[in-house]
Design a binder for this molecule. Structure first.
Ligand SMILES: *Cc1c(COP(=O)(O)O)cnc(C)c1O
Length: 458
C-alpha cells in the first residue's frame, strides 16, 4: 500500500504542496479572480496531455471551434434542470430529438423508445434494471442471470452488483469476440438477457451481434447491444471504407442499445442514450411515484435533479456535426487506426489482439507488455493497462488524427520495445496491481483497492 501510494502520489496528488488547500469554508468569500486563477493553473497543467493526443480516449474531439460552441450553449442553458419539465419544456423537445436521431442511426422504427441518461454506465444500469423488472413480471424470474462476454464493460458487473443479478461470464474466441457456442450453453430458464459489445472497451472487437440476436430471439430473452463506444462510428464505417458488422435494430433479436453521445458523439461529458425496441420494455425503464407526499413524481433516468446543459449541448453538437460531419470524423479516426495497426505489425515482438479498427489492444509473446506500457508512460503517453491477457490499449480519437501524432505513437512504441529488449526497462511500478487478482483472494484484493480509492479521495 505504501509503495503504491508513494508511486501514485506524484501523479495523482500533484497539487498537494503547490496549491492552497481548503478544508473548511473560507470565512469570507474569495475574490472570483483568485478562484478562477486556481482553476486555470490546474487545468492548463492538465490540458496539454489530451490536447497533444497523448491520452487514450477521454477527450474525443477537443478542437477550439467545438469548445467555444459548447461554452455558448452553456451560457444559454446553465440554469436548466430537466426534472422540472413545466419550467423547461424545451428539454422534452431536445431529449426526444436526440433519442429519435440516435434511433434512426440504429435502424430503429417508430416503436423504438428511449432516454438520454448521464453516461454509458447509467444507460447500462438502466437497461439491466429494465430486463430484471420486465422478466420478473413476464416470466416470474426471481433469480435473474445475465450472460456477459468477459470483455463486456465493467458497468454490467456494476449493474449486477447493484440490482442483484447473477453475471455469467463467457470466454472469448481467438479473435477476441464472444464464443457464441458457449453463450448458448450458458443459457438457463433464469437467463433474462445476453450482452454483445459493438465494439468492446478492452480490445475494440465486435461481438457477433447477428448470431447473438438469433439466439435471443429463439429463447425469448433480451439482447443488449453495448454501442457506447461504437454508436457514433459504426453507422458510418462502411461509407468510410471499413467492413463492420451491423449492430443495430436491423437484427430482430436486439432489444436495447446504449450509445454515448459524450464519446464519439462529441457532446460534453454527461449524456448517453439508451434505446429500447418497444414501449413494453421502456415502461419498465421509467420510474413514477404516485403517492408521495411531495406530489406526483416521475423521472426517465436515475437522477432527480440533473443538469440540462449536457442535453442541450449533445443536441447542439449533433446538429452541428450532421451526417457529413460524423462521416468525416469516423473516416479520419478509422484511417488512423488502420495506419497504427499496420505499423504495429512491423514492430518486432509486438502484436495486436484480435482484428480491431480504432480501439487497439497491444500485447507481446516475447516481452512483458506492462514493461512496454511503462516505456510508453516514460515517453508521456497515457494508455490503459488490460488484464487477462496482459496488454494495453489506445482508444483513438480526433486528437490522434492531428499531424504527426500517429507517427510519433508508432515511433515511441518501437523505441519502447527496443528498450525492453535491451533490458533498459526492468520494472513497471503498477504491474503488481494487475498481478494481485490472480494471486490473492478476491475479498483481499477488493479491500486493498478500496483502501487505495479512499486514500485517493481523502
Ligand atoms: C465507455 C464505455 C462504457 C461506459 O461509459 P461511461 O460513459 O464511461 O459510463 C460502456 N461500454 C463501453 C464499450 C464503453 O467504451
Amino acid at each position: 500500500m505504501d509503495f503504491i501510494a508513494g508511486y501514485m502520489e506524484k501523479s495523482l496528488k500533484p497539487y498537494k504542496n503547490s496549491i492552497e488547500r481548503f478544508r473548511k469554508l473560507p470565512e469570507k468569500g474569495l475574490a472570483k479572480e483568485k478562484i478562477l486563477a486556481i482553476l486555470s493553473e490546474m487545468a492548463s497543467a492538465e490540458n496539454k496531455s489530451w490536447e497533444e493526443g497523448r491520452v487514450s480516449g477521454a477527450v474525443y474531439h477537443g478542437e477550439e471551434e467545438l469548445v467555444s460552441f459548447l461554452e455558448k450553449v452553456h451560457s444559454i442553458y446553465s440554469q436548466c434542470n430537466p426534472l422540472h419539465v413545466d419550467i423547461w419544456p424545451s428539454v422534452l423537445k431536445l431529449d426526444s430529438e436526440i433519442v429519435a436521431m440516435c434511433s434512426s442511426m440504429m435502424n430503429g422504427d417508430e416503436h423504438v423508445k428511449g432516454s438520454v441518461s448521464s453516461g454509458g454506465t447509467e444507460s447500462i444500469l438502466l437497461a439491466m434494471k429494465t430486463y430484471r423488472d420486465y422478466y420478473r413480471k413476464k416470466k416470474g424470474v426471481m433469480h435473474p442471470r445475465v450472460i456477459l462476454p468477459k470483455s463486456a464493460h465493467v458497468a454490467f458487473s456494476k449493474a449486477c452488483d447493484y440490482f442483484e443479478l447473477e453475471p455469467v461470464y463467457v470466454d472469448l474466441d481467438e479473435d477476441f469476440q464472444v464464443d457464441v457456442e458457449k453463450v448458448k450453453e450458458a443459457i438457463t430458464p433464469d437467463t433474462i438477457a445476453l450482452v454483445g459489445s459493438a465494439p468492446c472497451y478492452p480490445f475494440g472487437t465486435y461481438d457477433p451481434i447477428e448470431a447473438l440476436s438469433d439466439i435471443a430471439k429463439e429463447k425469448g430473452i433480451g439482447l443488449h447491444v453495448d454501442g457506447c463506444l461504437g454508436g457514433f462510428i459504426t453507422p458510418w464505417a462502411k461509407r468510410a471504407g471499413y467492413d463492420v458488422p451491423e449492430a443495430n435494430f436491423h437484427s430482430q433479436g436486439v432489444t436495447s442499445i446504449s450509445m454515448d453521445t459524450h464519446k464519439y458523439g462529441f457532446g460534453p461529458k454527461g449524456t448517453s442514450v439508451i434505446l429500447y425496441r418497444d414501449s413494453e420494455l421502456f415502461q419498465h425503464h421509467l420510474y413514477v411515484a404516485t403517492n408521495w407526499q411531495g406530489g406526483i413524481y416521475f423521472t426517465p433516468t436515475m437522477a432527480g435533479s440533473r443538469p440540462g446543459f449536457p442535453i442541450a449541448a449533445a443536441w447542439a453538437v449533433m446538429l452541428m456535426m450532421g451526417d457529413q460531419g460524423y462521416l468525416e470524423s469516423a473516416k479520419k479516426i478509422l484511417d488512423t487506426g488502420d495506419y497504427i495497426r499496420r505499423e504495429i505489425g512491423r514492430i518486432d515482438g509486438l502484436k495486436v489482439l484480435g482484428k480491431p479498427l480504432w480501439v487497439i489492444a497491444i500485447s507481446s509473446d516475447r516481452f512483458d507488455p506492462y514493461l512496454i506500457l511503462e516505456g510508453m508512460s516514460r515517453k508521456k503517453w497515457m494508455l490503459s493497462g488490460l488484464m487477462n491477457p496482459p496488454a494495453f490499449h489506445i482508444h483513438l480519437t480526433l486528437r490522434h488524427t492531428k499531424e504527426g501524432v500517429k507517427e510519433s505513437f508508432v515511433r515511441d512504441l518501437k523505441l519502447s520495445a527496443e528498450e525492453v529488449a535491451k533490458g533498459k526497462i526492468e520494472s513497471a511500478p503498477l504491474a503488481p496491481i494487475y498481478g494481485l487478482s490472480s494471486t490473492l483472494p478476491k475479498a483481499d484484493v477488493e479491500l486493498f483497492m478500496k483502501n487505495i480509492v479512499e486514500w485517493l479521495y481523502s
